[in-house]
Write a protein that binds this ligand. Sequence first.
Ligand code: AHM
Ligand code: MG
Length: 300
Amino acid sequence: MAKACVRIGGFVRRAGLKDVKAFVEGKNGAVNVHGEEQAALDDAAHEVCVKELIQGGRCAWIASEESEDIVTANVDGRIAVVFDPLDGSSNIECGVGVGTIFGLVDVGAESSPEHVYARPGRDMSTVGYVLYGASMVLVLSFMSEDAHGGVCAFTYDADRDAFVLTKRDIRIPESGNVYSVNQANYKKWDDATRAYIDECASSKSLRYIGSMVADVHRTLLYGGTFHYPACSSNAQGKLRAVYECFPMAAIIERAGGLAISGANDSVLSFVPSTAHSRMPFHCGSARDIERLDEILSSEV
Ligand code: AHM
Ligand code: MG
């Protein structure tokens, strides 16, 4: 995934150039319609990840935001890899940070496509994301018998063509002064969600990029909360459980924060019914998410 992300970072850096579609497709040609370029970048990012995972030989199954069906990678593989190859790509034209989100599940020797998604998020071992921002940053956490699940950050050094360890054992602050949510959905939330956001609005700063990797990365480093709640037009929220919410929730929790989907509902306990199931999502500093949980659990 790291190798794939270096290539995706190259696509992102070239976004907007007239030949970018040709560049990602390896053909001659030009493109001038933003939507077309965005779709080409999404597809190219997906293809690069699939190619690297097939070549790696250890991956059995792939679930991607860009593929309706689970992709078979290697029949002898024992892990499944889930990813959103280019999250936030609708923002790409204005140059804000976008990212790749990924997670690994050990599915054993005999598995079927359902083993990839019909399990709680807590089953993910390695989780990570790459933020294509001012610098290219890989945030990674391994969890296994030998690895305790700490969260580290690596910054890509183009001169060495390598991700270099720049932060180890990242811990999210216990509370923060920032909340991050699409406030335009305010009228569509339930009363309890509105009550919590009202409380935030009276004492904290609102920061919302609209690109989950960038918003959660800021939350991880500076503290505070990130939310994509359920709303009247989408009872399950917007974000996808398997390849968006689970890896991000696992990183935040391994860094000492919390991720919930509702009152007393841990994100990582949810069992999706499809690879593309959505879920309400709140994550961030432990004290702040505990306060949200308290409000969601009470009658408002
Ligand atoms: P995408 O997978 O189509 O890019 O959508 C996911 C993105 C997230 O990065 C971000 O948190 C969210 O959509 C923003 O949605 P909205 O524009 O409704 O606030
Ligand atoms: Mg996405």
